[in-house]
Design a protein. Structure first.
Length: 504
């Protein structure tokens, strides 16, 4: 490992257009928790004078990295090379403790500053990345740094390999959303530092989290070499509430874990490459994955039906992967379990108590599929109602239940209604899949969780029905995942509170 884990620095880059704004940024970054601040001098509208740099750096409460990046390395400095280096010399004289210079550039006479020797590729992961890193590490520079754009999160893992294998304290970062894992797990593998922006949109490279996300959401200070790693795979995945919920659960229970969003483009090959990347690196301590659209079927294919429970196999999709320390994968579908348990808990019955109860399911998409499979498995008298009748027919035939048009749900004689359509979901909160609650209905379950109370649930409340919300289902599936992965009881109330507060 390149450096002691306790030394992994949280570095905040400042890309301010004026010296005054940069001075204010230094104070703000220091109070936000930065261990180091990178002053991107190339972003200044006017090249700084030595006197300005003296004033800027004299009072900094934390050590400063001075960087004056030329345009061919993704920077903004357009002057001559001599002028560029002269500014760095003035920064070193003014007290910058680290100077960043680019690959192929020789350092100046900066005896009191450490040298970061860097290479950036904003387009790809270079084929000769290993050679580049070796070349940077072989110079007299103190800290080799590479930043590259990965094709996917499997390539982002390469950054962690570099940090582990390079004999000097190293910075290696994969950029973009798919590279986020390399920025957060930098601490686990003992990188010299990772970069986090002061606020959203203020970063110096694509994919930088904010410092408050790193500290508060990903619990930066709790990450160590022993931390177990989890994540949610999806495309898109940036909107997912799961990182907030699971990281809060780890925090509340003192479990040594971190949970990350993993963007994987559609396609089984992309999915499999990432899983192979995790299994090739047992030192990562990757123990579990949530899986969301469009990868739930890919997940089942990757894990293999023999390693999943019977209902997951029938559904043909899983949303949970558990990775044992020996690399064995297990698949579960906590979507169906979360939904059925939300319903049964509210009705105060066991799953088996669903037998012969009449249930009308609205919708025939992915959520309906998991719920219909489970209802039929537990013997409920299920009817699938869908706008596109042929989809209802296909689903009903597969699981051996009835089907009908969506408008026939208004005259259902079912005791339980479960909405699995997206009708009523934000932003169309004025819509409902049922114009009125039929008289036979005693329980209404809306799988939608945004808004927390849909129009359908509001109508059901007026009709004195028992209500089951999409939030109950969502929290249940996260609770199931937490317990599968950690073997500990989940802090359900904390998880629910985080989800509810995120949903406003
Ligand atoms: P999906 O596969 O795209 O299916 C959407 C369903 O909604 C289809 O049956 C579709 O009917 C129907 N639909 C869409 N617009 C409609 C309209 N204007 N009128 C009537 N029917 C309409 O989506 P999904 O993944 O199953 O998700 C469905 C719902 O489940 C979403 O609202 C989501 O919030 C919820 N969900 C909740 C959780 C949770 O944890 N609480 C988890 C997963 C999903 P057609 O077949 O005719 O297009």
């Amino acid at each position: 490992m390149a450096s002691g884990i306790e030394n992994t620095r949280l570095i905040v880059p400042l890309t301010c257009p004026t010296i005054d704004e940069m001075a204010a940024g230094i104070l703000a970054a220091a109070s936000a928790g930065a261990d180091l601040i990178e002053c991107r001098l190339d972003y200044l509208e006017t090249p700084p004078t030595p006197a300005e740099l003296d004033k800027l750096l004299a009072d900094s409460p934390v050590e400063i990295i001075a960087t004056n990046r030329p345009t061919d390395q993704g920077g903004h400095f357009t002057g001559s090379e001599a002028d560029r280096l002269a500014i760095l010399t003035a920064a070193a004289t003014a007290g910058a403790k680290l100077i960043d210079i680019e690959r192929g550039v020789s350092s100046g006479d900066w005896p009191d500053a450490k040298i970061i020797h860097s290479h950036h590729d904003f387009d790809r992961c270079p084929d000769d990345l290993g050679t580049i890193v070796d070349e940077l590490a072989a110079t007299s520079a103190d800290i080799p740094k590479v930043a590259f754009m990965p094709a996917g999160p499997d390539e982002a893992l390469v950054a962690l390999d570099i940090i582990r294998q390079t004999p000097k304290p190293t910075i290696a970062l994969a950029m973009g959303e798919a590279g986020l894992l390399s920025r957060i797990l930098a601490r686990k593998v003992g990188a010299f530092g990772t970069f986090a922006s002061l606020s959203a949109g203020a970063g110096s490279a694509p994919g930088q989290p904010t410092i408050s996300e790193l500290i508060d959401l990903y619990r930066w200070e709790s990450i160590s070499a022993t931390t177990n790693v989890f994540g949610v795979i999806g495309c898109p995945v940036g909107h997912s509430m799961s990182p907030a919920i699971h990281n809060a659960a780890f925090d509340a229970t003192g479990y040594d874990g971190v949970y990350l969003p993993i963007l994987i483009q559609p396609g089984g090959d992309n999915f499999n490459r990432f899983i192979d990347g995790l299994l090739d690196r047992p030192w990562l301590g990757w123990r579990g994955l949530s899986v969301t659209l469009p990868h739930k079927e890919n997940a089942l294919a990757c894990v293999g039906g023999d390693n999943c429970d019977e209902l997951s196999r029938r559904i043909g999709a899983i949303n949970t992967i558990t990775i044992d320390p020996d690399g064995t994968l297990r698949g579960d579908n906590s979507d169906y379990a979360g939904a059925i348990d939300a319903l049964c808990n509210k009705m105060q019955i066991a799953r088996e108590g669903l037998a012969e109860r009449a249930v009308a399911v609205l919708g025939a998409g992915g959520a309906a599929r998991a719920i219909v499979a489970a209802l039929c498995y537990y013997g409920a008298e299920t009817t699938v109602h869908n706008r596109t009748l042929s989809r209802a027919e296909t689903l009903a035939e597969e699981f051996g239940c009835k089907f009908a048009a969506i408008d026939k749900a208004s005259s259902t004689e079912a005791q339980i209604i479960i909405n699995c359509t997206s009708v009523g979901m934000h932003p169309n909160t004025g819509a409902t899949p049922l114009p009125a609650i039929p008289p036979s209905v005693e329980v209404v379950f809306d799988t939608i969780y945004n808004p927390l109370e849909t129009l359908l649930l509001a109508d059901a409340k007026k009709a004195n029905c028992l209500l089951v919300s999409g939030l109950d289902m969502f929290v249940n599936q996260a609770v199931t995942q937490f317990e599968l992965w950690t073997g500990q009881p989940a802090p359900r109330d904390v998880m629910r509170q985080v989800a509810a507060s995120r949903l406003g």
